[in-house]
Design a protein around this ligand. Structure first.
Ligand code: ATR
Length: 266
């Protein structure tokens, strides 16, 4: 029941109406008996600064930050964790008496999800894309001791970030596809049905583990499955990053099972 003392959490982004975060975060609060609600704040870019100040002024306890604000939000953080500094992107804010604390739980979510399917240590991984999602995943892979190859449509962007994560830039995914164990798509390619493929997906074999941050079965994942590879979509990563945010906000163990169940089949 919403009362005078109900705490407010949310997600800030644009667009954000279709976010699944309100679904599993509210389920988590309910399941843990926490008197809090989680809502979506769709904020236009020109209103972003005012919105962040407003969140603080209204005593909102915490928010997730999603596209396109994960980098822009750093400017408003009073305390940033070391991973946020390296990744240059935050997806979780906690408002406290000390100020605005910024965290990145995307890399935690990715690692937890992929580790349920394969061991990363010493493996060769090819990462496609060099944006914010890529940097979080590169951080996780480096921490876990993977050998990383990085490909991006705009090569200069890959070259810019590769040294931060000990990655080797490749001209084409096909250059290393036969020698890598893990392939991770961090780009938005596959979101639309008629997106042209990033490389020849027929080169995937049954030894590959293929991870896509998109949380539906993309062409990449479909082909990976058909070719006998392990195919993992981004839904668990999404829930796990949210679970980690929940832990940061409440100090409580997130009810993972309940959270996962709430978004199944959505
Ligand atoms: P995110 O935070 O989701 O990573 P981003 O920072 O905007 O979003 O990064 C988007 C990534 O998807 C980039 O690596 C981008 O490649 P460019 O740097 O060349 O723009 C990649 N991307 C988007 N559309 C793409 C397409 N049609 N083909 C290949 N890569 C694409």
């Amino acid at each position: 029941m919403i009362r005078g003392d109900t705490e407010i959490y949310g997600v800030i982004g644009f667009p954000v109406k279709h976010s699944l975060s309100p679904v599993f975060q509210n389920e988590a609060f309910r399941s843990e008996g926490i008197n809090a609600v989680y809502v979506a704040f769709e904020v236009k870019p020109e209103d972003f600064e005012e919105a962040i100040k407003g969140l603080k002024a209204l005593n909102i306890k915490g928010v997730n930050v999603t596209l396109p604000y994960k980098e822009a939000v750093l400017k408003y953080a009073d305390i940033t964790s070391d991973d946020v500094k390296v990744i240059s992107s935050a997806n979780t804010l906690k408002f406290t008496s000390e100020g605005i604390e910024a965290y990145n739980t995307d890399w935690v979510g990715f690692l937890r999800s992929i580790k349920e399917h394969t061991d990363i240590k010493g493996k060769k991984a090819l990462v496609l894309g060099a944006g914010g999602a890529s940097r979080a995943i590169l951080f996780a892979l480096q921490r876990e001791g993977a050998n990383i190859y990085l490909w991006n449509r705009t090569k200069s962007k890959a070259e810019h970030i590769a040294p931060l994560f000990g990655a080797t830039v490749v001209d084409m995914p096909e250059d290393v596809i036969h020698e890598v164990d893990v392939i991770v798509n961090t780009t938005s390619v596959g979101l639309n049905e008629n997106d042209p493929p990033l490389f020849n997906y027929e080169k995937i074999n049954e030894k590959h583990v293929v991870f896509d941050v998109i949380y539906k079965e993309t062409d990449l994942l479909k082909t990976a499955k058909l070719r006998g590879a392990k195919a993992i979509d981004g839904l668990d990563m999404l829930v796990y990053q949210g679970a980690e945010s929940f832990r940061i906000w409440t100090g409580k163990e997130p009810p993972i099972k309940v959270m996962k169940k709430s978004v199944q089949g959505i």
